[in-house]
Ligand binder design. Structure first.
Ligand SMILES: Cc1cc2nc3c(=O)[nH]c(=O)nc-3n(C[C@H](O)[C@H](O)[C@H](O)COP(=O)(O)OP(=O)(O)OC[C@H]3O[C@@H](n4cnc5c(N)ncnc54)[C@H](O)[C@@H]3O)c2cc1C
Length: 467
């Protein structure tokens, strides 16, 4: 509980209208997309919406003096219970700091505030012919701050990499209230090896090491054209083999997505006009670049797939491309519709395994679902081995919740057994903290020492991955 004196001080710092201590407003910040946040009530004592860096500095100094937990938050779309006030204190909603501060497109970069929404940034960049390539499915909601704190990615990571590949420098308010600029104080350079790579330390730090207040981002020219190859497979293993053969044929798709039988069924139930066959797997390969390059790559990918698939189609016509992508675009929302009165929950939803083990992982996920009597819809980024398994349950049924937790646990353990990771892009948060000892070994201890060095009083986002 915060004293009324401290709340009054913070109100003076950020403005009365940007500081919420009412129960209803605070409750709104008790959730992200994770199952755990739906099942618990971790309600912050106070929510603040700072409008500039100096307000954040003042709050952090006060928080340090009184040892108040502070949890930075973007849009709350995270899926691992990572932007939640597990130990009470302040949730710092960064959504008002959402401006593009500087276009520097001659130097392939922009400087933005962390609260800018991903799709809004890319809409603004598109007017100049540029884009920021990482492309999460939550593009219309999630913020750049959240993406950096989770090192998020999406479908095009297979060609363009993840958020970390585009962060050139950060302005960060440390838990002590000090402010640093990583990547060079005044640098506009596209690379630097001056000193330790502190930028990389903060990317993926899940709001535990500092509050990001400005970002220097690398951007790229938008490719002239896109093409798509869609292939259907009667056998899961054949789909995995097709992906491996595409790479071996020296082809470089910008995205390779897979829907297993359950995901295809969900997509068709949600949108019957999609008319998809009842097969074990469907692959979508996207290619981009110059028009002749796109046609060449798409035709050759189609040729490779014909050796493994029952049906293959390719197109670079924008309208047909949209139709073919539709199955993948709707599957996240469609998953929950596969079972009457049920909903999709996020647990065990983000494993990443070596590409050649994806078919094995997909089969084992189905077996785990059967073992616990839970329907699971699975799809994902097969190009980098990242699978999104979606348990579909009735969240009012405590037995289903218990079984879903066991499903999540077995999926996480499966990822480690298959020489993969429990999280390819969604982060650790509270949900995956229990697996870090096994996954990281001594590295976890080094992370704890880094945390202690930067946040000796453990006030920034306490209760997530490192504690
Ligand atoms: C429908 C849907 C689809 C999704 N698709 C994808 C996908 O394809 N790929 C993917 O990677 N993820 C995906 N996600 C997960 C999620 O959207 C991403 O992790 C996203 O980057 C989170 O952004 P956010 O603004 O919502 O952050 P939040 O959930 O609010 O916070 C995430 C983390 O960032 C920290 N944080 C936020 N702002 C700051 C800041 N300024 N400084 C320091 N720390 C900060 C928080 O403390 C927390 O630890 C999806 C989620 C949904 C709901």
């Amino acid at each position: 509980m915060l004293s009324s004196e401290i709340i009054a001080q913070i109100k003076r710092m950020v403005g009365e209208g940007r500081c919420f201590d009412g129960e209803v407003e605070r409750l709104c910040y008790a959730f992200d997309s994770s199952l755990e946040s739906q099942l618990n009530r971790w309600i912050p004592d106070l929510v603040v919406q700072p409008q500039n860096r100096d307000q954040i500095v003042a709050i952090m100094k006060l928080a340090n003096e009184y040892r108040i937990p502070v949890v930075p938050r973007g849009a709350g779309t995270g899926q691992c219970c990572g932007a939640i006030a597990h130990r009470g204190g302040i949730v710092m909603d960064m959504s008002l700091m959402n401006k593009i501060l500087r276009y520097d497109l001659e130097n392939l970069q922009v400087v933005v505030q962390p609260g800018i929404v991903h799709a809004e940034l890319n809409q603004a960049l598109a007017q100049h012919g540029f884009f920021f390539p990482p492309d999460p499915g939550s593009t219309k909601m999630c913020t750049l701050g959240g993406m950096i704190a989770f090192n998020s990615s999406g479908m095009r990571a297979v060609k363009y990499g993840t958020t970390k590949n585009y962060v050139l420098g950060l302005e960060v308010v440390l838990p002590t209230g000090e402010v640093i600029v990583t990547g060079g104080q005044r640098s506009r350079a596209l690379k630097s090896v001056a000193g330790y790579d502190l930028t990389s330390l903060f990317v993926g730090s899940e709001g535990t090491l500092g509050i990001i207040t400005a970002v220097r981002l690398k951007v790229l020219p938008i490719p002239e054209k896109r093409g798509l190859v869609v292939a259907f497979f009667d056998n899961l293993e054949a789909s995995g083999e097709a992906v491996i053969q595409v790479f071996k044929s020296r082809l470089s798709p910008s995205a390779i997505e897979i829907l297993d039988r359950s995901a295809i069924k969900a997509a068709v139930k949600y949108k019957p006009e999609l008319v998809l066959p009842d097969v074990e797997a469907m692959l979508l390969f996207e290619v981009d670049g110059s028009p002749p390059g796109v046609a060449y790559e798409a035709q050759n990918i189609a040729r490779v797939c014909e050796n493994f698939a029952s049906k293959v189609e390719w197109t670079d016509d924008p309208e047909r491309l949209g139709q073919l992508w539709a199955a993948r675009s709707v599957v996240g929302a469609a998953a929950g519709q596969i079972k009457e009165g049920a909903t999709r929950v996020y647990i065990g939803e983000d494993i990443c395994v070596p590409i050649y083990r994806v078919p094995e992982a997909l089969r084992r996920i189905q077996q785990i679902g059967e073992k616990y009597g839970i329907t699971i819809v699975t799809y994902g980024h097969i190009g980098d081995g990242n699978l999104h398994a979606a348990p579909i349950i009735n969240t009012y049924d405590s037995s289903e919740i218990e079984r879903a937790r066991k499903v999540g646990d077995e999926i996480h353990r499966l990822a480690l057994e298959l020489e993969g990771t429990t999280t390819g892009e969604h982060g650790v948060g509270l949900t995956r903290a229990a697996y870090m000892e096994e996954e990281l070994g001594l590295s976890l201890e080094i992370m704890r020492r880094l945390k202690k060095a930067l946040d000796p009083l453990n006030i920034l986002n306490p209760g997530v991955d490192l504690q």
